[in-house]
Design a protein around this ligand. Structure first.
Ligand code: SAH
Length: 393
């Protein structure tokens, strides 16, 4: 295995468990070859860690083990997959929830790879060419550890990948398949670009909406995608939902999600529109909602404007507050890794302060249990959700 010397600061970080390698950690970045398994040593050539080189934005690679006696081979990956499965035995046993994250990157020991479970089908998401180079060995280990899969699909998330999405092996599903989440049905497309129709990391938020926050409420779901939050609300007794998304597909896909649950999609509004335009419109028409969901992408450019969580979240909340009924709930969410929990909380609160509207924090969410987090890598705990209630006054 190739030996690479790393600088002192990086050595300390890695020994403490930080799993990310950066170019600056190395003396000579010319030595970094995509896909290499490497033995990392300190200044005095003493063992520090085993890892691989795989470039992914600012990341140059990942630490795989701090144990000098480990070998990065088929058996190593086989062991990690068995452990990941064991950790999720409650999910495998749960008849009411049939989709979850089965392997979560560095939280389960391999940065740059996630695996999602959808009712017996598995989706591998590869985040660098470096890790993808080892896909044959990794898949082989997976199939021995988890032999009872129906089919395997993959998503490639790195630049210049051969494809975004592909069926790999086993049985090809008839699309869409239907999964359950706390008893609610969702249509899933396993082989359509990077996204499947459902973001599994919001499961606990959807469940709470279904169990408690939907009842009797009029709901505005912005950046609604396939309307999953609205379906949960409607299943929980919401009177009506309004869904707003610019994507062409959104309307048809949202309709489907209602209908697969036996809900009448005609009772819900599904609008293909920019969220900011809709909020303008709603203000002009003095519409009011008792539950508003704000879960935008980290960054989005539409024809008219650019939205970034870092720059525009306060503005988004401020626009939404103006159509939030007194006593109403607002769910603010982001998956932006670059924004800390505290900064995000401040940006949400700032909107209430600017408008002089009182609200209090009802609940906070981060990633659900299946999205295992590496505690030494705060970035991996990316989901931040604050639920605030406007006071009645
Ligand atoms: N909240 C959704 C996921 C949102 S994914 C859920 O939980 O299922 C992000 C969505 O935002 C995409 O569907 C995209 O089409 C939409 N989008 C991005 N910018 C937008 C804008 N300015 N107005 C409306 N929709 C937008």
């Amino acid at each position: 295995m190739k030996v690479l010397r790393i600088k002192e600061l990086a050595t300390d970080r890695i020994k403490k468990g930080y799993p990310i390698l950066e170019e600056l950690d190395f003396f000579d970045k010319e030595e970094l070859v995509e896909g290499d398994f490497v033995r990392l040593v300190d200044n005095h050539y003493k063992f520090v860690a085993l890892g691989y080189i795989g470039s992914e934005k600012k990341t140059a690679g990942w630490v795989l083990s701090l144990d000098d006696s480990d070998k990065i081979d088929y058996a190593f990956f086989d062991r990690l997959f068995r452990m990941a499965r064991e950790r999720r035995s409650a999910f495998y046993a749960d008849k009411k929830t049939t989709a979850f994250r089965m392997f979560n990157g560095d939280g389960d020991g391999i940065g740059g790879l996630t695996i999602d479970y959808y009712d017996g089908y598995y989706i591998f998401s590869w985040y660098s060419e470096g890790i993808y180079q080892h896909k044959d060995m990794i898949l082989k280990a997976f199939k021995v550890a988890i032999p009872d899969f129906k089919g395997i699909y993959e998503k490639c998330h790195y630049p210049n990948a051969p494809h975004k999405s592909k069926f790999v092996e086993g049985n090809k599903a008839e699309e869409p398949i239907v999964i359950l989440e706390n008893g609610v049905r969702y249509n899933i497309y396993l082989d359509e670009g990077w996204m499947t129709g459902l973001f599994l990391d919001q499961r606990n938020v959807r469940n709470k909406i279904m169990e408690e926050w939907g009842l009797g409420r009029k709901v505005l779901n912005t950046f609604s995608y396939t309307g999953a939050f609205s379906v949960a609300a409607a299943m929980g007794g919401a009177v009506k939902t309004v869904n707003v998304d610019v994507a062409n597909r959104s309307k048809e896909r949202t309709k489907e999600q209602f209908e697969v649950n036996g809900l009448d999609s005609e009772q819900h509004e599904i609008r293909k529109m920019d969220v900011f335009d809709y909020l303008d419109y709603a203000q002009k028409h003095q519409l009011q909602f008792d539950l508003i969901v704000l879960d935008p992408p980290t960054f989005a450019r539409t024809k008219k404007r650019t939205f970034s969580v870092e720059k525009n979240y306060t503005e988004l909340v401020a626009e939404a507050i103006q159509v939030l009924a007194p006593g109403g709930l607002i769910i603010t969410s982001t998956n932006a890794r670059t924004v800390s929990r505290d900064d995000f909380f401040d940006s949400v609160n700032l909107a209430f302060e600017e408008l002089d509207v009182d609200a209090y924090l009802v609940e906070e969410y981060s990633l659900p249990e299946d999205f295992a987090v590496n505690n030494e890598n705060p970035n991996s705990n990316y989901l931040k959700v604050f639920v605030l209630q406007r006071t009645k006054e």
